[in-house]
Design a protein around this ligand. Structure first.
Ligand code: 8Y4
Length: 264
């Protein structure tokens, strides 16, 4: 079966600026609706950049950016995921109708996160990261990256279940690019079936990430479609349940063709 597509909607001032510092809410909602029409089963709304070196934002600013967009997408009938590590944003977005929480800290940023996620009834994506966004790419180091990521995710799944999040609502993600050098990313991608042994669906987010130019030579993020599609199809072949991507229409087409030529 082909993975479902999570479409990426960054609601940061560099993405949906109105010319000044403000995010244009209508433009962001329109972009999210377009992602859904292009084949995204869910749209992941994020108001804080997690790129290496990006500055954190406070909760009130993050809420100001994402909440009107979540509300607009929910009103338009678009399934919404909230990309946040902040419990207050999780609570507000799920109250507004978001049905998935995508937390790159696997509910580890704040002590209240797990209880809020449990009470929300939302699905929860638990992602692995080594270090914190500010510094994570400075010197990533592992003795056995696949074993360490699997053990971390296993522990976070157990924590989430203990907090009252049923296993059926948990998705695990190896966190491609989050505190990982090229060799670490490749080892994880080659060994996705081992992560599948965690017993929960897997999400893979490799779209436009820097492993692509690291493998294939210099390319700006917008020039990484070929590599992004190769990685989405690789994730599909390895049994991933979800791929998180920027180029939804192209990924939907690639996955439809891939699915059609699968045996059985
Ligand atoms: C170009 C474009 C270069 C984007 C780098 C990036 C994941 C995620 C991110 C992921 C899950 C990103 C929020 C990083 N990546 N959530 N979030 N899994 N679950 N970088 O892999 O897209 S943000």
């Amino acid at each position: 079966m082909a993975p479902r597509i999570m479409g990426i909607l960054n609601v940061t001032p560099d993405s949906f600026s109105d010319g000044g510092r403000l995010v244009s809410v209508d433009a962001a909602i329109e972009a999210g609706v377009a992602l859904h029409r292009a084949g995204a089963a869910i749209v992941d709304v994020g108001g804080e950049s997690t790129r290496p070196g990006a500055a954190p934002v406070c909760e009130s600013e993050e809420l100001r950016r994402v909440l009107p967009v979540v509300e607009g997408l929910v009103a338009a009938g678009v399934p919404v995921s909230i990309d946040t590590m902040k419990p207050g944003v999780m609570a507000a977005a799920t109250a507004a109708g978001a049905t998935m929480i995508n937390d790159v800290t696997a509910l580890g940023f704040a002590p209240e996160s797990a209880a809020i996620a449990a009470a929300s009834g939302a699905e929860v994506v638990l992602m692995h990261m080594q270090g914190r966004p500010q510094t994570m790419q400075q010197a990533p180091a592992y003795a056995d990256v696949v074993a360490e990521v699997a053990a971390y995710l296993s522990g976070r799944i157990a924590m989430a279940e203990a907090a009252g999040i049923p296993r059926a609502r948990i998705i695990a993600d190896p966190g491609i690019g989050f505190g990982k050098a090229l060799a670490h990313n490749l080892a994880l991608l080659r060994n996705l079936p081992r992560l599948g042994e965690l017993g929960v669906p897997l999400m893979v987010g490799a779209s436009r990430k820097s492993l692509i130019p690291a493998i294939a030579g210099p390319a700006e993020p917008r020039e990484r479609l070929g590599g992004s599609l190769a990685l989405a199809l690789h994730a599909a072949a390895a049994g991933a349940a979800w791929v998180r991507v920027h180029d939804v229409a192209e990924t939907a087409q690639a996955l439809a063709v891939w699915a059609a030529v699968q045996p059985g």
